[in-house]
Structure formats: C-alpha cells, structure tokens
Ligand binder design. Structure first.
Ligand SMILES: [Mg+2]
Length: 218
C-alpha cells in the first residue's frame, strides 16, 4: 500500500464481463446451432465445445472484430454496484485486462472496452491494457484465469479467485459472486488500515451515478 491508497486490481473477462456467455452465443451463431447445445464451459480452452487452439484464435478474432464482443457482452451480476460501493469507501479501482495479448485489433478492443465500461456504469481510476507481462501494482487482485492467479501469487500478490468452472483447482480466497468480492476486499482493506465507510442507505442506484451526473449537468 502506497500512502493510504488501497488498490483493487480487477480483471474484466470472467470477472466483470461474461466472456463465456458472449462467446457461446457467437460460436453457436457461427456454427448455426442453438447455444444450449454447447453445454457448460468446463476448461479454460473451450475444448469441450470441440474447439482446437487454432480454432479458438480464429473464433476469438471473429468475436472481437466482427461481433464486437467487447462492446456487447453481458456484465456479471452485481459487479458495477459492488465496485461503486468499494470506490465510495475509498478503494482505488484499477481495471487490469489482458485483452491486448493478441497482435491485432487493438483499436477495436480498447474503444469497445471503454464504451462497455461506460455503458455498464463500472467505475475505475486506472485502466491497464496488458500484453503478457503481469507488471501492475495492486494491494489485492480479483481474477478468474488460472495462469494469471498462479503468476500473481508466485510474485507474492494477494489474489481473490472469481469462481468459474475452469478454476476450481485453485486455492482460495474464492468469490462465488460480487457480494463475496466486496466482503473479502472490505475485510482486507480494513485489516490494512483503510478507514472504511459503507454507502449510506437510500441513495440513488450507485451504478447509475455517472449517468445522473451527466443528466444533471454536474
Ligand atoms: Mg479473466
């Protein structure tokens, strides 16, 4: 912790944004099948959907560039509200995404990501687009990717695993939903001395606050 700032590093895909739901719809549409027929995603690689590594790269590219997935994908339930409450309580929200791990489509990935964050009212103070290197600083991270969690932990970082079928082999702390993230982060921040004030009841829907400010000209 630098000064009294407590930084929460927040991953996007599989944590704030429902990559699996979006990708399922796109794979089904490309194959001309019902999305339900694809079944649950169990592995990180989507091999249970009959997708090879080469096919994944092609489908991911099609999803990002043609379907504009990063602009249209659904948000995870409760993410924006929980992040607003943490932000209001003094937590510094640092979005950290590896969406530029490919060497194409960076302009689309960045612009669609920013539009999506606005559209879903997700608050942040920094937005970090990373390639492969995990070099950002945060007091605690929330991530779903087994390789990211392991890499961060191997560098001594505190990581909350956002529960997904493909990360069940990892040790906790584990969040099954955003309320769990909020509770775990609040506890960690308080333990490190951040003065923590919950949101006052009866205020407007926190995730819509930016809209409200825009509409009221503030
Ligand atoms: Mg992820």
């Amino acid at each position: 912790m630098v000064d009294d700032t407590f930084v929460l590093g927040v991953d996007l895909d599989g944590v704030c944004a429902d990559y699996t739901a979006a990708f399922r719809a796109i794979v089904a549409s490309e194959r001309g099948v019902d999305p339900e027929t694809l079944g649950d995603q169990v592995s990180w690689s989507f091999s249970e959907w009959g997708i090879s590594a080469e096919e994944f790269d092609a489908l991911h590219r099609c999803a990002v560039l043609e379907h504009r997935m990063f602009r249209t994908m659904p948000a995870m339930e409760g993410a924006a509200d929980a992040l607003w409450r943490l932000s209001d309580a003094g937590v510094w929200i640092r979005i950290i995404t590896h969406r530029l791990y490919v060497n194409w489509g960076h302009a689309v990935a960045v612009t669609d990501t920013v539009a999506w964050l606005d559209q879903h009212g997700i608050p942040y103070r920094d937005l970090c687009f990373l390639g492969r290197k995990p070099e950002v600083e945060a007091d605690v991270y929330v991530d779903d990717g087994p390789h990211n969690v392991e890499s961060l932990r191997s560098h001594g970082a505190e990581v909350i695993v956002f529960d997904q079928p493909y990360n069940r082999g990892l040790d906790g702390p584990r969040a099954h939903e955003w309320a769990d993230v909020e509770e775990l982060v609040s506890t960690l921040a308080a333990a490190r001395g951040l003065w923590f004030q919950g949101q006052l009841p009866g205020l407007q829907d926190p995730s819509r606050r930016v809209d409200h400010r825009v509409r009221s000209g503030r």
